[in-house]
Design a protein around this ligand. Structure first.
Ligand code: FMN
Length: 168
């Protein structure tokens, strides 16, 4: 993000991947609070909605370091200064689609605010992974929201996204 005295209005992108809608709901809330562009990361081969099937596929993809091909392109990525990056916790990790996304774009000089929907594990090691993957980016402290408590977490999301947005 540019310094305040350089440009008072950072360009914001809220990019997220979501299978069952929890991360999407958090992303939409953040977007309604901070503005900018809302972008869904999607894959050419969609994941099954069936939880058991999705977990099996995700585990197999994680164990072989698979990079699914993405079917959406964030046209305004380059112009963005601050990127809210959302994903569900999958097997204590980021979904492989997030690795594809992080490798497809140049995050240097960007500020990244990661947020994660989970079923009890919080962010696991994902915040550290984002930091390690996005060399050259400034990665802000992340936000973990339990998927079943998205609605009750609005105040948390508000406080976090505001602090991320206005950090110098
Ligand atoms: C493939 C898969 C793996 C998951 N692994 C974990 C996990 O390791 N820890 C956890 O807390 N939740 C895990 N979950 C639960 C999701 O993180 C949780 O349901 C989340 O809210 C889903 O977000 P979404 O609705 O945006 O897809 C997993 C879900 C799926 C589908």
């Amino acid at each position: 993000m540019r310094a305040r005295n350089d440009s008072p209005i950072p360009q914001i992108l809220v990019a997220y991947f979501s299978l069952s809608g929890n991360t999407r709901r958090v992303a939409e809330l953040i977007h309604s609070l901070v503005g900018g562009d809302l972008f869904e990361i999607t894959t050419v081969v969609p994941y099954p909605q069936d939880y058991g099937e999705a977990t099996r596929i995700a585990q197999a993809e994680k164990s072989r370091g698979f990079r699914p091909q993405l079917s959406s392109r964030a046209e305004n990525f380059q112009a963005s200064d601050l990127i809210f990056l959302g994903y569900p916790n999958w097997w204590g990790d980021l979904p492989m689609a997030l690795y594809s996304f992080m490798e497809e774009y140049d995050f240097s000089q960007k500020t990244v605010a990661p947020f994660c929907a989970h079923g009890g594990s919080g962010m696991s090691q994902t915040e550290r992974t984002v930091r390690e993957k996005l060399v050259g980016a400034r990665v802000l402290p992340g936000l973990a929201i339990r998927g079943s408590r998205v609605r009750q977490s609005e105040d948390n999301v508000k406080a976090w996204s505001r602090s991320s947005k206005f950090l110098d």
